[in-house]
Design a protein around this ligand. Structure first.
Ligand SMILES: NC(=O)c1ccc[n+]([C@@H]2O[C@H](COP(=O)([O-])OP(=O)(O)OC[C@H]3O[C@@H](n4cnc5c(N)ncnc54)[C@H](OP(=O)(O)O)[C@@H]3O)[C@@H](O)[C@H]2O)c1
Length: 294
């Protein structure tokens, strides 16, 4: 099965390439920006025609949440328009698309876990652009499956785990937000989920298309997540001591783009319709720290 992958250099994309390499079923082509530039409709269409894939995985995205406030056109083009262009090209070629979205499509003011049917209300440009992309892809006519993921981390790329390890090695005390809750999600788990879906699509050439939540468990806060990262990093001798982690509130840590307070996403739809078990971020953290150790 030939998969055309966008964003092959990103957190999720790299894990897809790495893990597909262990499964003989898949051949992954992951062109760089010189071959597949998501800001250019013609480039997106040409790539779909040229590579003639059986399935497309769109892991490419503009993910700089704060910078998006200053570059809204670029964010909306890459996250909002490109999925629609990809979808139209794929619809014309009868090729399905697996796409990723985010908990940032929600305002984060619900008490309790979000369901896929809950109203969306993004707080910033990034979330709005990702929501636009979901809608564009769904309207494109392509068979598409959208996984809304949250708090993504991996052993490579820029992410919270790596930031905590860097700061934890430099400082005796860190201040981390304790009033935002969500499910950290390991990019390796997202990649495995996407490849499992691709394998299931192989036969009978269909999936229950639509939007699904796929987020790590158990529910945590950035503060608790930081404590676990630093404790496990210390036990694995990645840092010399565990710094104090002071719990602060979102008010004490203003960001250019506001973040949802509650990012909890109910994942039972993906479990029951796609057979995707909710991944345990603590296992993903172990893999990440092992990768960083060598
Ligand atoms: N990171 C998170 O915490 C998070 C949370 C929720 C949802 N998500 C979603 O999960 C998916 C994967 O995210 P990620 O963390 O793996 O992203 P990432 O590490 O930031 O990687 C983004 C990828 O997109 C590519 N890209 C960016 N602009 C492009 C353009 N104009 N043309 C072609 N490629 C371009 C990048 O290529 P270059 O290397 O060339 O820049 C890179 O390969 C995205 O849909 C994201 O919105 C992420």
């Amino acid at each position: 099965m030939k998969i055309l992958l966008t964003g092959g250099t990103g957190q999720v994309g790299r894990e897809i390439i790495r893990r597909a390499g262990r499964r003989p079923l898949f051949e992954v082509v992951a062109p760089g920006r010189d071959q597949l530039e998501l800001t250019q409709r013609a480039s997106v269409e040409r790539a779909v025609q040229q590579y003639a894939p059986d399935l497309v995985i769109n892991a490419g995205a503009y993910t700089a949440v704060d910078r998006a406030e200053d570059e809204p056109v670029l964010a909306h083009t890459i996250n909002g328009e490109a999925p629609g262009w990809l979808g139209s090209a794929c619809a014309a070629a009868s090729v399905p698309v697996i796409h990723f979205s985010t908990d940032y499509v929600y305002a984060g003011d619900k008490s309790g876990a979000y369901l896929e049917t809950d109203p969306t209300a993004p707080l910033g440009v990034y979330g709005a652009s990702k929501l636009q992309g979901e809608r564009a892809l769904l309207a494109s006519g392509a068979d598409s499956l959208i996984l809304r993921v949250s708090w993504v981390f991996a052993g490579h790329g820029g992410n919270f785990v790596k930031t905590m390890l860097r700061l934890g090695a430099e400082r005796d005390e860190l201040r981390v937000v304790a009033d935002q809750r969500g499910g950290p999600t390991y990019a390796g788990h997202i990649a495995e989920a996407a490849l499992d879906l691709a394998a299931r699509y192989e036969s009978p050439r269909r999936l229950p298309w639509g939007i699904y939540h796929y987020a790590g468990a158990p529910l945590t806060s950035w503060h608790e997540f930081a404590q676990t990262i630093l404790q496990r990093a210390f036990e694995k001798q990645l840092i010399r001591r565990v710094p104090t982690v002071q719990a602060i509130s979102t008010r004490d840590y203003p960001t250019r783009s506001p973040r949802p307070g509650n990012s909890e996403m109910d994942c039972s739809r993906a479990e029951s319709l796609l057979g995707l078990q909710r991944p345990d971020w603590r296992l993903g953290l172990e893999e990440t720290l092992e990768e960083l150790r060598v």
